[in-house]
Design a protein around this ligand. Structure first.
Ligand SMILES: *[C@@H]1O[C@H](CO)[C@@H](O)[C@H](O)[C@H]1NC(C)=O
Ligand SMILES: *[C@@H]1O[C@H](CO)[C@@H](O)[C@H](O)[C@H]1NC(C)=O
Ligand SMILES: *[C@@H]1O[C@H](CO)[C@@H](O)[C@H](O)[C@H]1NC(C)=O
Ligand SMILES: *[C@@H]1O[C@H](CO)[C@@H](O)[C@H](O)[C@H]1NC(C)=O
Ligand SMILES: *[C@@H]1O[C@H](CO)[C@@H](O)[C@H](O)[C@H]1NC(C)=O
Ligand SMILES: [Fe+2]
Length: 466
């Protein structure tokens, strides 16, 4: 907390103590912190982080994601550029004995005048829980080795730490966000809320920027699975270029384990990871009644067993609750469709991106309205999730600084700075959450609190400034 925030919080606490009015205490906080506003500039093509690894046809752009519903498989993609080479992954639990192998596949795609390299995807399965695996891709000439750790078997009190990053892009600020995340934490996987590369902001959606982005993030992604959510910058719908298949570059490069949760498309799916159940929704795929996503989600919620995975977390790209004057109400129609389920099934936390800033709400819902009764305002609701917008990864579009005034009562904290967050699940009742702005040292948390679980301990937690 900055000094100004601290004084603000103390003043607020005093006011509450004096007035003893719960209502007065609900006032939110708009951080006084101001970062030096400058444009976020993309790193040039010759930046150090974009360098291809040395060696003939060396595998590059290695990035992993969970490969099944339970956490015992890993999807391992990479790219070769000169010739296809091998699609096989060698792996094992001992660094110098990679005595298992799995065969993958490779493919290429074109986008306008761009032709991709050979994109390999290999899923390694039947892994043991909570185990460090070493793996290698490439051929003997240029073999590259990495490692990852599988999650512990799901269980109600299994601790696990997630990183949260959104709208990352490939600017100098993006690089600071990633470095800050890396230096910060014990996090073991990232929940990514969409908008990866911003390649579509370049002329002809220059797809070489998909390659540079994947080389940039490899330093983390080859070792930690990132759980993917599709954002609007993944759509790449460009009829003027003859490109009419939505999500072509994204879906060619970033696979998800959607089939293992009964989904019929890679953009909405679910996974279990330790004590968390993660549902990924698609803001840019049909979600209305009777659509595949609607029917999937309808049957998905009843499957969540809170005795096994107490923490129910939803990821999406366009936020439902957002008090910035950017993308205002873009998430509204999906909110209208799905919010009653979120309350009924007691979702703990919802993370979204899209707005390039940070915001956290109180626990509120807005499900009473029926077009004639006038009940159209969000109300405090202890069965409702906390909504967090974390689209502040640092992409080239810069920060969203224009906020609606006064701050709506549902908004607990908001600040226009780049950053990332850490969600540290301790057990079935408690999780420590902290948002870190890029300008601060690793240990400083600009917004931090303890969340209590909606199923096991539904106490009023969104005021507990930690
Ligand atoms: C990106 O960040 C890394 C880690 O801090 C640093 O080594 C590298 O030089 C940075 N690159 C650019 C282009 O800022
Ligand atoms: C692979 O090596 C490990 C020891 O590193 C051993 O436990 C395992 O049984 C071996 N598996 C196979 C299929 O050779
Ligand atoms: C829910 O999970 C618990 C703990 O793993 C298990 O004992 C129970 O049988 C599960 N319930 C259902 C309905 O599957
Ligand atoms: C902020 O957004 C509001 C609402 O869209 C607009 O009226 C206002 O001009 C904006 N202010 C600035 C400084 O851009
Ligand atoms: C859960 O974790 C919290 C925070 O570390 C701790 O205070 C609480 O005692 C733990 N609960 C149990 C049942 O261990
Ligand atoms: Fe977006």
């Amino acid at each position: 907390m900055g000094l100004a925030n601290r004084i603000g919080a103390v003043a607020l606490a005093v006011a509450c103590a004096v007035l003893l009015l719960g209502v007065a205490c609900r006032a939110g906080q708009t951080s006084e912190y101001r970062r030096l506003l400058g444009q976020a500039i993309d790193m040039p093509l010759d930046a150090d982080v974009f360098r291809a690894p040395p060696g003939h046809n060396a595998p590059q752009q290695v990035h992993i994601t969970q490969g099944d519903h339970e956490g015992t498989a890993m999807i391992i993609p990479w790219v070769t550029t000169v010739e296809p080479g091998s699609s096989t992954v060698l792996y094992g639990t001992s660094e110098d004995n990679l005595n298992y192998s799995a065969k993958g596949k490779h493919s290429q795609y074109t986008f306008y005048k761009y032709t991709s390299g050979y994109i390999h995807h290999c899923t390694i399965k039947k892994l043991k829980f909570d185990t460090k695996y070493y793996y290698a891709v490439g051929t003997e000439e240029t073999l590259r080795k990495f490692w990852f750790r599988t999650p512990p078997k799901s269980g109600p009190d299994v601790p696990y730490t997630f990183g949260l990053i959104g709208d990352l892009g490939q600017s100098f600020d993006s690089n600071v966000t990633l470095a800050h995340y890396e230096s910060n934490s014990e996090a073991q996987a990232v929940l990514f809320v969409g908008d990866l590369t911003y390649a579509d902001n370049y002329p002809y959606h220059d797809n070489t920027r998909w390659d540079t982005w994947a080389r940039f993030v490899e330093r983390n992604l080859a070792y930690q699975p990132w759980i993917w959510t599709a954002g609007n910058h993944e759509i790449d719908f460009a009829p003027e270029l003859g490109e009419t298949k939505p999500f072509k570059p994204y879906s060619s490069r970033y696979h998800t384990p959607y089939k293992s949760s009964g989904s019929t498309a890679p953009y909405w799916y679910s996974i279990k990871r330790a004590s968390a159940y993660i549902i990924v929704l698609a803001s840019y795929s049909a979600y209305g009644k009777y659509t595949p996503q609607y029917k999937w989600l309808e049957s998905e919620f009843p499957k969540v067993n809170r005795s096994e995975t107490p923490w129910l977390i939803v990821l999406m790209h366009a936020p439902w609750y957002n008090s910035y004057n950017y993308h205002y109400m873009e998430g509204e129609s999906m909110r209208v469709m799905y919010e009653p389920w979120f309350v009924k099934y007691k979702v703990d936390l919802v993370f979204a991106g899209h707005v390039h800033a940070y915001e956290r709400t109180h626990r509120i819902s807005n499900v009473a309205y029926n077009i004639i009764n006038g009940l159209c305002s969000p109300i405090p609701d202890q069965s409702a999730p906390v909504y967090i917008t974390i689209g502040d990864g640092g992409n080239q579009e810069g920060l969203a600084t224009n906020m609606s005034e006064p701050q709506p009562s549902y908004s607990a904290f908001r600040e226009a700075s780049f950053g990332h967050a850490i969600l540290d699940i301790k057990n079935r009742t408690h999780a420590y959450y902290a948002w870190h702005r890029n300008q601060d040292g690793a240990a400083v948390a600009a917004d931090a609190l303890w969340f209590t679980n909606r199923y096991w301990m539904p106490t009023d937690d969104s005021f507990n400034d930690a």
